[in-house]
Design a protein around this ligand. Structure first.
Ligand code: NAD
Length: 489
């Protein structure tokens, strides 16, 4: 069945196991591929969020009383359904987000991997117990928090919700998802698949909307923890508001990732990896290469990067950006840099894809001789654009990376272990790559940046997220009163 056949005229909320029409105001959902309206999404009201929270509270008692292994069975079935529907889920992501079908497939594959990690939770979170004095034992168990919420951005409509859903649910929480209102269709499919997997009513809900629902989540007295993924501007708002209401919060923000290229770097691998990093998902990845710092003599690598970039064809192997506003913002960054003296080596401005004239495309763009004062050097562009800054040596390159307020990812391309170790030690970022353009840690390693790319203590996936979604219960038991061990008893 074609994916367009399953797109509803109106996206529904999923509350207490029911797919519900909202009578709140609606926004159009527009496909970036051709600019056509494909559905509408409700801007739900606080009472709809509250209904989801009350359903979650009710469901939590029974859900949290299941064993970890029992809860895993639901996510195991959900994982199998993601595999079954891989193609149509990928097509849906392609349609609502504009990335290529291959990129969308990779996103669904990552969701499957995230479920597999959650299914391994019983192997990871066995309780600790020790006889601390004769006949007296202490144990630590991980207990769920209760009702928790997850707020998602537009750039990974399937994967980012699955950063949080499998782990939070398996660990015994009930979760409310607030998808991006720009790409709400994948979240509806996620709800359908979780329902098919038998998830009990209220354990998982989707409440669509924008700012009002996000603020409601931060303020709701019965929500214990909030995870957020999006821009730094909103991450700060959410982190401040949720924590001021005494909630646990992890808020992932924007990025400006630096790739340091040394003259000894492998030519082909470096050129293709840097270009893939800046252009994958049309540059709309928080792990995308935004700045390449070319150290000393790297002209041969820059030339090869230009050849690689020219192989990218918008509408074929390069997807669309999310909106006309995005395209205009990206173009303005390039215009400004050029006016300030930068050199546009490959120019993706004014890209039009035949038969998709209404789509939002920007071609691959390489801007050389960028200087630190240019906006393109330090603000997030979020498009298939890389700014090249030239540096004399590695020290200078690391200083440039360290000066960025963000800190999601940083990479070095080199054949020299000493150079690589310098960057591993001194880059101010949460995720480091050596000869890797998109250094996303795979499960069980956690995902999360530093500085303005993440607020809060834990990372959002992997082992670190276990800490976020649970609290420790410490129990001391005296099994043997006859032992007369009164110390600390
Ligand atoms: P965004 O911040 O505009 O939106 C994210 C969420 O916040 C959405 O659900 C939206 O409805 C809500 N929101 C928007 N404005 C709000 C406001 N004023 N008050 C309360 N809620 C609000 O982000 P986006 O444009 O959807 O996504 C792109 C951004 O996300 C980029 O900056 C990208 O780097 C970042 N991102 C970061 C990571 C990461 O892991 N660090 C991952 C993916 C995306």
């Amino acid at each position: 069945m074609s994916v367009t056949a399953i797109i509803p005229d109106e996206v529904l909320n999923f509350i207490n196991g029911d797919f519900q029409v909202s009578d709140s105001g609606k926004l159009d959902v527009v496909s970036p591929l051709d600019g056509q309206v494909i559905s509408t999404v409700p801007l739900s009201a606080y009472n709809e969020l509250d209904a989801a929270v009350q359903a979650a509270r009710k469901a939590w008692k029974a859900w949290s009383a299941l064993t970890l292994k029992e809860r895993v069975q639901y996510i195991f079935r959900y994982r199998n359904l993601l595999i079954r529907d891989r193609e149509s889920l990928a097509e849906l992501v392609h349609l609502e987000n504009g990335k290529t079908v291959d990129e969308a497939r990779a996103e669904v594959d990552k969701s499957i991997e995230l479920c597999e990690f959650a299914c391994s939770m019983p192997q990871i979170v066995a309780s600790e117990v020790q006889e601390v004095s004769k006949g007296v034992e202490c144990r630590i168990e991980r207990k769920p928090l209760g009702v928790v919420a997850s707020i998602a951005p537009f750039n990974f409509p399937n994967m980012v919700p699955n950063w949080t859903i499998p782990n939070a649910l398996v660990l015994g929480n009930c979760l409310i998802l607030k998808p991006s209102e720009i790409v709400p269709l994948s979240a509806l499919r996620i709800a359908e698949l979780l329902k098919e997997a038998g998830i009990p009513d209220g354990v998982f809900s989707v409440v669509n909307g924008g700012r009002e629902i996000v603020e409601g989540i931060c303020d709701h007295p019965d929500i214990q923890a909030v995870s957020f993924v999006g821009s730094t501007k909103v991450a700060k708002i959410v982190y401040r508001r949720a924590t001021s209401n005494l909630k646990r919060c992890v808020a992932l923000g924007g990025a400006k990732n630096h790739l340091i290229v040394m003259p000894d770097a492998n030519l082909e691998m470096t050129a293709s990896n840097v270009v893939a990093s800046m252009s994958g998902c049309a540059g709309q990845r928080c792990m995308a290469a935004a700045v390449m710092i070319g150290v000393d003599r790297v002209q041969h690598i820059v030339d090869r990067m230009c050849d690689e970039a020219r192989k990218l064809k918008p509408g074929e192997n390069l997807g669309a950006v999310i909106s006309a506003e995005s395209r205009a913002r990206i173009t303005a960054f390039i215009d400004e840099a050029e006016q300030a003296g930068a050199k546009v080596l490959v120019d993706g401005r004014n890209t039009v894809v035949p038969n998709k004239e209404g789509g939002f495309y920007v071609g691959p763009t390489i801007v050389d001789y960028v200087t630190a004062d240019m906006r393109i050097a330090h603000e997030e562009v979020f498009g298939p654009v890389i700014a090249i800054i030239r540096a004399k040596n590695l020290d200078e390159a690391i200083d440039i990376e360290n000066a960025s307020p963000y800190g999601n990812a940083a990479s070095i391309f080199t054949e020299n272990g000493g150079f690589a170790k310098e960057v591993m030690d001194r880059a101010s970022a949460g995720m480091i790559g050596v000869n890797i353009g998109v250094p996303v840690p795979r499960e069980p390693f956690p995902f999360g940046g530093w500085n303005d790319s993440k607020f809060g203590v834990c990372d959002i996936t992997g082992k670190s997220s276990i800490e976020f979604w649970t609290q420790n219960k410490k129990t001391s038991v005296k099994w043997n009163p006859e032992a007369r061990t009164n110390w600390m008893s």
